[in-house]
Design a protein around this ligand. Structure first.
Ligand SMILES: Nc1ncnc2c1ncn2[C@@H]1O[C@H](COP(=O)(O)OP(=O)(O)OP(=O)(O)O)[C@@H](O)[C@H]1O
Length: 261
């Protein structure tokens, strides 16, 4: 039976502010789900809640059970390595539970395969501290994939990558999902990227889930106006997916969730 992530009436409160409110969804594994919404909508909060990093109300179930840390690969938004470790060492830490005095051959070959998939083999001996922001992001993603998690939670994990590396990583994720049947939840700001690379999207606004389904059923000109406060042109492309061209912002308003205690 296909695994499912079930969210039932999930609430998160920070102090007096409710930052996630009544989020419910049933999400089938074997797909990439784009988590979209304006700044402060609750995307990171939802990913942190699923990863078990926050105290929540409601239920979060993976295959009918509470999420087990061993099932997930989580890459938070602020993610960096401060220690002076090499790229290979950081990637191997993806399997830290299995590391001992001697690194088993299968872990070493899995690490080499991941380095090759991400096209970062030439960085293996480099110190993380000498890498660019985008290169560090690639290494940390590779580290998460080494675990082969069933539930991969990525918070803007391609934000520091150039367009070619973004495409490469999203294609790798697609192959990974096809090979393993995993579920990937990825928070993204770029709506065109979400349209092109997600199987479905979840749209958050003001801490609530306001849309869930195929991108073109969730994101319409009216929704862009009401949720993002922009007018936009939808330009048909050869891929069959319209390109969204933002035209003008309407107005910037305070996040309604922050105004009401
Ligand atoms: N530790 C905290 N204490 C108080 N409020 C918080 C805390 N963390 C987040 N918030 C608030 O929760 C709301 C949701 O934040 P969150 O980071 O989940 O949004 P987001 O959709 O990921 O935003 P962005 O796209 O800007 O990263 C925001 O209003 C934010 O100010």
């Amino acid at each position: 039976m296909t695994a499912r992530l079930v969210l039932r009436d999930v609430d998160v409160q920070h102090g007096r502010a409710k930052v996630l409110s009544g989020v419910s969804a049933s999400i089938k594994a074997g797909q990439i789900v784009g988590l979209i919404g304006p700044n402060g909508a609750g995307k990171s909060t939802l990913l942190n809640a699923i990863a078990g990093q926050l105290s929540t109300k409601g239920k979060i179930l993976w295959s009918g059970k509470p999420v087990d840390a061993r099932d997930i690969g989580f890459m938070p938004q602020q993610c960096q390595v401060r220690a002076d470790l090499s790229v290979l060492e950081v990637i191997l830490l993806g399997r830290h539970e299995q590391l001992g005095w001697r690194i088993a051959d299968d872990i070493m070959s899995a690490a080499s395969r991941i380095l090759a998939f991400f096209a970062i083999g030439d960085l293996a001996a480099r110190s993380m501290q000498t890498l660019s922001g985008g290169q560090q992001q690639l290494v940390l993603l590779a580290q998460r994939l080494l675990r082969e998690p069933q539930l991969l939670l990525l918070d803007e994990a391609t934000s520091a990558l150039d367009v070619r590396h973004q495409m490469h990583v999203l294609r790798l994720l697609k192959d990974y999902v096809a090979r393993t049947g995993a579920l990937v939840l990825i928070a993204v700001h770029d709506l065109n990227l979400a349209a092109r690379h997600s199987d479905t999207v979840m749209l958050l606004n003001g801490g609530r889930l306001v849309g869930h389904g195929a991108f073109d059923t969730v994101i319409t000109p009216d929704v862009l106006r009401s949720v993002y406060g922009i007018d936009a042109e939808f330009i048909p492309s050869q891929s069959g997916i319209s390109v969204i061209l933002p035209l003008s912002p309407t107005s910037i308003e305070a996040n309604p969730m922050e105004e009401t205690p």
